[in-house]
Design a binder for this molecule. Structure first.
Ligand code: SF4
Length: 138
């Protein structure tokens, strides 16, 4: 099986704050499978570290009101293209991210409040018919 994984879950320091979300369960889950690691935000040209962003009325914004929608959407499109080219069987994505979140995202107020929803990359994968799993559902 070919599995696409949010790169931060594999220990890559691509998170907005320069760290990662290394997850042992993911490492165990993918053992014996072919793995494609992607970070759509880095693919979109954003730096590490970078300002945190949330989805506000369909736009992806930093707390100080700068739109990073173009970078997020371009990065997600590039990562989707990679997923399709590689013919992945499924994706395991980091929770709550405005790119990778599958079940919930932050509500756009930068107050830590969660709402039902998904990140832009997760949404693109789902729309393309690819099976997407939130890492917390493994
Ligand atoms: S965009 Fe996805 S892969 Fe990149 S740091 Fe955020 S959650 Fe991890």
């Amino acid at each position: 099986m070919k599995v696409l994984v949010s790169a931060c879950l594999l220990g890559e320091n691509c998170k907005y704050n320069g760290s990662n979300n290394y997850n042992k369960k993911v490492i165990e889950f993918i053992r014996g499978h072919e793995v494609i690691a992607v970070c759509p935000e880095v693919s979109g040209g954003l730096n590490v570290p970078r300002k945190p962003a949330e989805i506000v009325d369909g736009m992806i914004m930093t707390e100080d009101g700068i739109s990073v929608s173009r970078e997020f959407r371009e990065g997600a499109s590039l990562a989707l293209r990679q997923a399709l080219d590689e013919k992945i069987d499924m994706a395991i994505l980091q929770s709550r991210s405005p790119s990778c979140g599958v079940n919930q995202i932050y509500d756009g107020t930068f107050s830590g409040k969660l709402i039902e929803g998904q990140g832009v990359f997760a949404e693109m994968l789902k729309t393309a018919g690819i099976k997407v799993i939130d890492v917390e559902d493994i």
